[in-house]
Design a protein around this ligand. Structure first.
Ligand code: BG6
Length: 457
């Protein structure tokens, strides 16, 4: 007897991997429980290991960093053993999916594997006819990093285009699913006080900062090949930069917004002499890391966006592992007021702070008189905290992105043109020779940044 067709199916390649355990299964569980992806959704976990579904769920219980909701997962998950190098296994997978699909079923294929495996999986999917090129109900999601240079990314992309159309391809950058990144354009364009001052006549500099306390954890093999430039700068930090620096789009449709973001990526440069690369002490002793590795775990870049709007404004990009705090934010610092300059008043500058993690929100730093009889001024913050206003739990980035992929909304996914331009920039950095500062304390890095740029991070 044929089963009732599923409305939505997600097939995960890399079912025992870190991303599936840490992000995908928890996000799918929450979407299922909140009934956000339809009642009849199914997760088809694909892996090489000889598990049945019960053994797979047992593996998830033992290996997921946070206790999984096994009751919900039991209702959703099927494990299908598949060796991604074997075409016959893809035939079996196709049969499995056909048995649960109907004419309206939307199927997402999530490639939660190393990018070097993308072409192999795509090729086998194509060969057995699991997905037809152009089929609007089949969407393919790729994890970042998409390649590790422009050359490798282009090769991967060309291989994918053999099997899929651009409109079927969803390239994930999970930062785009974060609440405050989604909110960035609203803050910029829906508020007169910011819209009118968003240019080089009033903005002094922009800092885009992603600090992490963890090291590479169990991802040494991947990270040692990628480094912070490929792991963070090419994707998350350049996406944030392009949203901050873009011009007003013709409309807020995905294509118009992307057009403006791409223009920014085409006009960025960096100052090698005012940039800094570091590696945390002990990194070369991490599991799966080469003992003589020169991979950077910390990057500070002084970037410039050479567009009429932002010419001359430094964009400081900073990201690193083993720093003092887990924190992501964008700080837009405004110029001093004329009075402040004229009288050389010891006042602070205004700053708009887009807080991304740990708490989402917006802060605006202002000068204000100290209350009482003293004739003094201090810096105060007007603050909006997203979580404090939200009802119930805030969805995580992966929930938003998976939901958008199920609904076919592409604006929070990176197009090939964005990926291509950002690799061009990262490749240009890699071509310059730079020293690697070994740090066992973040203070040494921040002091060096002050020496190089005068900026306090
Ligand atoms: C991932 C990187 O894309 O982003 C990781 O591969 C990094 O190395 C992570 O730790 C940071 O994301 P978040 O959401 O924790 O700031």
């Amino acid at each position: 007897m044929r089963n009732t067709p599923m409305e939505n199916i997600i097939v995960i390649f890399g079912a025992t991997g870190d991303l599936t355990m840490r992000k995908l299964l928890p996000a799918l569980t929450r979407l299922k429980k909140n009934n956000d992806i339809g009642r009849l959704s199914k997760v088809v976990a694909v892996g090489r290991r000889s598990f049945d579904t019960a053994a797979y769920l047992d593996y998830v219980t033992k290996n997921a960093p946070e206790t999984p909701d096994i009751k919900t997962l039991k209702d959703m998950v099927d494990y299908v053993k598949t060796d991604i190098g074997h075409v016959d296994d893809f035939m079996r997978l196709k049969e499995h999916l056909r048995a649960m699909s109907g004419p309206k079923t939307v199927t997402l294929y999530y490639f939660a594997v190393s990018p070097s495996l993308f072409p192999v999986i795509a090729g086998n999917i194509h060969q057995v006819g699991l997905v037809q090129k152009g089929d609007k109900q089949a969407r393919i999601i790729f994890e970042k990093p998409f390649g590790n240079s422009l050359e490798s990314a282009t090769a991967i992309n060309d291989a994918l285009y053999e099997a899929f159309d651009e409109h079927q391809i969803y390239r994930i950058d999970h930062y785009l699913g974060k609440e405050m990144i989604q909110n960035l354009l609203t803050v910029r364009f829906a508020n007169r006080i910011f819209e009118d001052v968003w240019h080089n006549r009033t903005i002094k500099n922009v800092k885009i900062i992603v600090k992490e306390t963890d090291g590479v954890l169990n991802r040494g093999a991947y990270y040692d090949d990628a480094g912070a430039l490929s792991d963070m700068i090419q994707s998350h930090l350049l996406q944030m930069l392009s949203l901050v620096a873009m011009d007003t789009p013709m409309s807020y449709h995905s294509t118009d917004v992307k057009k403006e973001k791409i223009k920014v990526l085409e006009h960025i440069a960096f100052e090698p002499k005012q940039s800094l690369f570091g590696q945390y002490a002990g990194y070369t002793k991490e599991h799966d890391v080469a003992p003589d590795s020169k991979t950077e775990t910390f990057v500070f870049l002084k970037a410039l966006v050479n567009t009429p709007r932002f010419k001359g404004v430094p964009f400081y990009l900073m990201t690193g592992k083993k720093l003092e705090v887990k924190q992501s934010m964008i700080i837009i610092e405004f110029e001093e007021t004329n009075e402040q300059r004229k009288w050389k008043l010891p006042l602070s500058t205004n700053k708009l702070i887009i807080k991304i993690a740990p708490l989402d929100g917006v802060g605006l730093m202002l000068n204000s008189k100290v209350p009482g009889l003293k004739d003094a001024v201090h810096e105060v913050e007007l603050e909006y905290c997203v979580a404090c206003q939200a009802v119930g739990n805030m969805p995580e980035a992966y929930e938003k992105l998976l939901l958008d992929a199920f609904f076919g909304h592409k604006s929070l996914f990176a197009d090939w043109c964005e990926i291509e331009r950002s690799w061009r920039f990262v490749d240009s950095i890699r071509k310059t020779s730079y020293d690697l500062m070994i740090y066992d304390h973040y203070d040494a890095l921040y002091e060096q940044i002050i020496t190089l740029t005068g900026e306090v991070i």
